[in-house]
Design a protein around this ligand. Structure first.
Ligand code: PGA
Length: 249
């Protein structure tokens, strides 16, 4: 399976940051990495980001509404993101779940909307520090998959983003063993749900991935790529992560 290295810019970036995307695209053109490369900038930059990406890397949204259109002030639909040039949408990021009250059911409806629009989804899950300390990390993630990953759509090409909340933006990551354990657990959940198609879903690790730890993280079995926040904002850091994709992934 081709890995996916996805950058999540969060609420960072205006026009002056577009050259970072152009620089990554230029590098990808030269190095032709054996991975899909994606940057998810703020929605306001998507159209210009697609131009800067020059067909070398995909551009995605960070969230979408579940409806196509309507009286939903401030919301943007998956169809609108597609029209702007997005190929992917991140749904259920923990910052959306925490700060915007998104439930598993809401995330599932958003994932369906992404598929309805003909785009690919990164559906995010992950446990809190307290849940891990209580020994509940595996159950929490299994429940999030059960509640946020809808049935009825082909799994192929889509991704689950496993992001332990305590690892996001903190510089702390789980051990490689813990990552491997969780990723194989997620794989089992996907196969139990989707059968052999569950093997076609890329499981991304996210949470403080950087140029220093990327090689080891990406080499863990069942890690099908990375969802990168802070280290995706600068082309030099993001390129350094792309360069760490192991040959066997
Ligand atoms: P981080 O963020 O790489 O800055 O920890 C990851 C994410 O939240 O997607």
């Amino acid at each position: 399976m081709r890995p996916l290295i996805a950058g999540n810019w969060k609420m960072h970036g205006t026009g002056p940051q577009l050259p970072e995307i152009a620089a990554i695209a230029a590098r990808v053109r030269v190095t032709a990495p054996t991975a899909d490369i994606l940057i998810c900038p703020p929605s306001t930059l998507i159209t210009r980001a697609v131009q800067a990406a020059a067909g070398q890397i995909a551009i995605g949204g960070q969230n979408c509404a579940s409806e196509v259109s309507g009286a939903f002030t401030g919301d943007v639909s998956a169809e609108m993101l597609k029209e702007a040039g997005a190929a992917w949408v991140i749904v259920g990021h923990s910052e959306r779940r925490q700060h915007h009250g998104e439930t598993d059911a809401m995330v599932g409806a958003k994932a369906k909307a992404v598929w309805r629009a003909g785009l690919l989804a990164i559906i995010c899950i992950g446990e809190t520090d307290a849940q891990r300390r209580a020994g509940n990390a595996l159950t929490v993630c299994a429940d999030q998959i059960a509640g946020s990953v809808p049935d009825g759509i082909t799994a192929v090409g889509n991704a689950i983003g496993y992001e332990p909340l305590w690892a996001i933006g903190t510089g702390h990551t789980p051990s490689l063993e813990e990552i491997g354990h969780m990723h194989s657990h997620i794989r089992q959940c996907l196969v139990a749900r989707w059968g052999s198609q569950g093997r076609e879903v890329r499981i991304l690790y996210g949470g403080s991935v950087n140029p220093t730890n990327a090689r080891a993280v990406l080499a863990v079995p069942e890690v099908g790529g990375a969802l990168v926040g802070g280290a995706s904002l600068k082309a030099t850091d993001f390129e350094a992560i792309i360069n760490k994709i192991p040959a066997h992934v």
